[in-house]
Design a protein around this ligand. Structure first.
Ligand code: HEC
Length: 143
């Protein structure tokens, strides 16, 4: 049996080393890919509720629901001097004050020149945010 020449020997060990290095590298990459996958899954799980909550805010279903239940009794038909939703003239002067100012009055309640608006429409269980979203819903349909 003929022994390998020095060059052959050197190239053989070189091949072995590079195979080992590339194997080692790919394992590290696999590990990295696994970690990235884990990271994205985690990001997705943590991020999804935010995506859904922002969708809800965007189409304002919360504001609509609150309006229907707690504000429409007065604001749909203009009972007791309440500005009717959709009546641009009745809302014009109010809208000019800005939505935040209107929401603040709706939250605290107030006696205006046309009637009495009870705090939170008479339902103290509503949060400020809920009253604000109902105000936004009403104003969007009245300007
Ligand atoms: C009992 C009847 C009644 C209910 C229920 C009611 N409102 Fe009112 N609201 C009024 C009246 C009356 C006014 C007008 C007061 C005025 O300007 O004289 C008014 C005015 C407002 C205004 C205008 C504020 C401004 O700056 O002029 C907003 C906004 C408003 N209401 C929001 C709401 C929201 C939101 C709800 C439900 C959570 C609600 N209201 C429920 C009677 C009501």
């Amino acid at each position: 049996m003929r022994s390998l020449s020095t060059t052959q020997n050197a190239s053989l060990s070189l091949t072995c080393t590079s195979t080992y290095v590339s194997h080692y590298r790919s394992e590290a990459q696999q590990k990295k890919a696994f970690m990235m996958k884990k990271f994205f899954t985690l990001a997705l799980v943590l991020g999804l509720p935010f995506v859904f909550s922002s969708t809800v805010v965007a189409d304002n279903t919360q504001g609509q629901g609150i309006y229907m239940n707690f504000c429409a009794p007065c604001h749909a038909s203009g009972v007791a001097g309440a500005p009717k939703v959709g009546d641009k003239a009745a809302w014009q002067g109010r809208v000019n004050k800005g939505e935040a100012a209107m929401a603040a009055l709706a939250i605290k309640g107030f006696q205006g020149s046309s009637g009495f608006m009870p705090a939170k429409g008479g339902n103290s269980a509503l949060t400020d945010k809920e009253v604000t979203s109902a105000t936004t819903y009403m104003v969007e349909r009245s300007k």
